[in-house]
Design a protein around this ligand. Structure first.
Ligand code: PMP
Length: 435
């Protein structure tokens, strides 16, 4: 008699025909979830369970599953034209690039459209090297940049580096991760430490000239690590002095996620030379965009992306941005983000195994640590918490270099009663894992 559930059958099929790593990455290990469909904030699995989605397919479904307006705009375009390539003019892609020029800092005007964050980051690195004539790139430890050789070289998590090929011209400075800085210092001393580390890195490990400094405003895979608000202003003059450009990767933070601004980097009040977007910009359709100044753009010669800016994905991305803007979702992210943050701070008060609460807008996280003051990451507790929340119908993410960070990133059109339900489930889940 076959006693496997439908989900277990699927897992067995997957294990036979897909690389083992695909199954190894499943969030709930040998007890995974297979979804049959989604609607707005809800996901439904093939066993008949319903979940409130607070991770959005890794910060990618930004405004709800099967969002009617976005689905309609996508279908309308699909019926008209799917693909023509970059060899022909394409009005939907032009419209998207116009929108990007409007929402990003003023000096960024020209875009290259692609299909993923990895490709968009590759474009950024290529452009910076072409423009400056320099090769070295400075990135941050705990960064995640994608899965091409260059992107894996920028990525600074050992387990995400595969293939035995690393670009030795990419150097990593200490990331602004105050919680894990081992010394008691003032904010000013901490910033001085980071700045000195960057200066020393350029002086000792590069030719003295760099193509770019590249960073996420908030490290996503790294566990939603938020730099101090003077961070980018302090490092920018050093980058400039070394002849480098500032590349900002907004693949996770982009388009309203952090509240107040469409682009997260505006919180730090600096103007990058190149910005990168993907994930949430098309609510789940594969899409990437790299926007840069016209000078930098002019340095890029022949390059083509077959699917880049295809009419359907561009229409989906346009519908997504229109939805975010017309429903004031940037404000909603800020408003709901404050409620979520206050609830998390409150949970920390009662639970000494919650080590650090951080984030911005609807991108909030906390670390699970041993309750002995050592800040030792507690991966087991993080797993127990995510599993307990899932059992209660709430989907959360996990991440960080140590695998102990709970990542919470609901859709930007989050409603108050859904947030209340999620907070109740998190509280309940915490009380279960305490004992
Ligand atoms: N940059 C950041 C900040 C990311 O989080 C990711 C994906 N997690 C990427 C780039 C790569 O994007 P993709 O998986 O679409 O290639």
């Amino acid at each position: 008699m076959n006693t496997l559930t439908k989900t277990q059958e699927l897992l067995a099929r997957q294990r036979k025909v897909m690389l083992p790593v695909v199954s190894d990455m499943l969030l709930h290990g040998d007890n995974p979830i297979a979804f049959s469909h989604g609607k707005d904030q809800w996901l439904f699995d093939i066993e008949g369970n319903k979940y409130l989605d607070f991770f959005g397919g890794i910060l990618t479904v930004s405004v709800g599953h099967a969002n009617d307006e976005i689905t309609d705009a996508t279908i309308e375009q699909l019926k008209k034209l799917q693909h023509t390539s970059m060899l022909y003019l394409n009005e939907t892609a032009i419209e998207l690039a116009e929108k990007l020029a409007e929402i990003t800092p003023k000096k960024l005007q020209q875009s290259f459209l692609s299909n993923s964050g990895t490709e968009a980051n590759e474009t950024a690195i290529m452009a910076a090297r072409n423009y400056t004539g320099n090769t070295d790139i400075i990135a941050l430890r705990h960064a995640y940049s994608g899965r091409s050789s260059t992107a894996m070289s920028i990525t600074a998590h050992s387990h995400w580096k595969q293939g035995h090929v690393y670009d030795g011209t990419i150097k990593h400075v200490k990331n602004p991760y105050r919680y894990r800085f081992p010394l008691e210092v003032t904010d000013e001393e901490y910033m001085d430490f980071l700045v000195d580390d960057l200066k020393e890195m350029i002086r000792t490990c590069t030719t003295g000239k760099i193509a770019a400094f590249m960073a996420e405003p908030i490290q996503g895979v790294g566990g939603f690590i938020v730099p101090p608000l003077d961070y980018f202003k302090r490092i920018l003059p050093i980058v400039r002095e070394a002849g480098g450009l500032l590349i900002i990767d907004e693949v996770q933070t982009g388009w309203g996620r952090t509240g107040k601004h469409m682009c997260a980097i505006n919180h730090w009040d600096v103007e990058p030379d190149i910005m990168v977007f993907a994930k949430g910009i098309a609510n789940g359709a594969p899409s990437g965009a790299t926007i840069m100044t016209p000078d930098v753009a002019a340095s890029v010669s022949t390059t083509l992306c077959t699917f880049g800016g295809n009419p359907v994905t561009s229409a989906t991305a346009m519908a997504t941005i229109n939805y975010i803007q017309s429903n004031n979702l940037v404000d909603n992210a800020e408003k709901q983000g404050k409620v979520l943050r206050a609830a998390l701070e409150n949970m920390k008060q009662g639970n000494d195994f919650i080590g650090d609460v951080r984030g911005m807008g609807l991108m909030q996280a906390f670390e699970m640590v041993k309750p002995d003051g050592s800040k030792t990451p507690d991966v087991e507790k993080a797993n127990q918490f995510v599993d307990a929340a899932r059992e209660r119908g709430l989907l959360l993410g996990k991440g960080g270099l140590y695998g102990n960070t709970i990542r919470i990133a609901p859709h930007l059109n989050l409603k108050s009663d859904d947030l209340d339900s999620a907070i109740n489930i998190m509280q309940d889940s915490l009380s279960v894992i305490t004992h």
